[in-house]
Design a protein around this ligand. Structure first.
Ligand SMILES: Cc1cc2nc3c(=O)[nH]c(=O)nc-3n(C[C@H](O)[C@H](O)[C@H](O)COP(=O)(O)O)c2cc1C
Length: 188
């Protein structure tokens, strides 16, 4: 099963990269397989540093900002003791992992990872449809160069009622942020 999360990795200058990633996991989350595009910074960092931290969060606003690389302000995070990785403060759970093997036959690599530490920071809020709408919009945002504008507009129109019906402030802000991102990019 795929678990939509956020992965932190270490850049070559020591900074922290924060990107949504959907690894393949088992239900117990005893191991994970990441599928990063070879063009992604996450892939380069995994290859170089050989480790990272996967986060599960209900904060879709954080996911939206990370998806388009506009983390302003940079989210709070803490370095793990004795591990070259950073934990996002506003994550429900985290999994520190080491890369075991990288297979890269296609445009997406298969990165097999071993979980070496994990933690629970707070409870998961639960589901609402607006969260899923924001996650879907995040996916569209990361594919803006590959999907027709008209198709994205159709999708956003379809997702909008889910925001209207079930969003809280955070989901509303995240959806608006992504809509503005699309308009800005299309105007370029
Ligand atoms: C929910 C979600 C899941 C994603 N899963 C993946 C993934 O498994 N592999 C991938 O390469 N990109 C995935 N993406 C897209 C990346 O987050 C996006 O391309 C990002 O810009 C990569 O950032 P980076 O270059 O800093 O690693 C996902 C995006 C979202 C919103």
């Amino acid at each position: 099963v795929i678990l939509e999360g956020i992965v932190t990795t270490i850049n070559d200058d020591g900074g922290v990269n924060v990107s949504p990633m959907g690894p393949l996991v088992d239900r117990a989350i005893s191991q994970l397989v990441l599928r990063p595009f070879k063009t992604s910074r996450t892939f380069a960092n995994l290859q170089r540093a050989g480790c990272g931290v996967l986060h599960v969060t209900d904060n879709v606003e954080l996911m939206a900002h990370a998806a388009v690389g506009r983390l302003d302000p940079v989210p709070q995070m803490q370095r793990l003791p004795a591990f070259n990785g950073y934990v996002l403060t506003d994550a429900c759970r985290w999994y520190a992992f080491k890369v075991k093997q990288i297979l890269d036959p296609t445009e997406r690599a298969t990165v097999e990872c071993e979980i070496i530490d994990r933690g629970v920071q707070r409870e998961f809020f639960g589901f609402n449809r607006a969260q899923f709408a924001v996650i879907e919009a995040c996916i569209l945002a990361t594919r803006i160069d590959r999907i027709e504008q008209s198709e994205i507009r159709e999708e956003l129109k379809r997702l909008k009622p889910l925001i209207k019906k079930t969003a809280g402030d955070r989901e509303t802000r995240a959806f608006e942020f992504l809509k503005n991102y699309f308009e800005e990019r299309w105007a370029e």
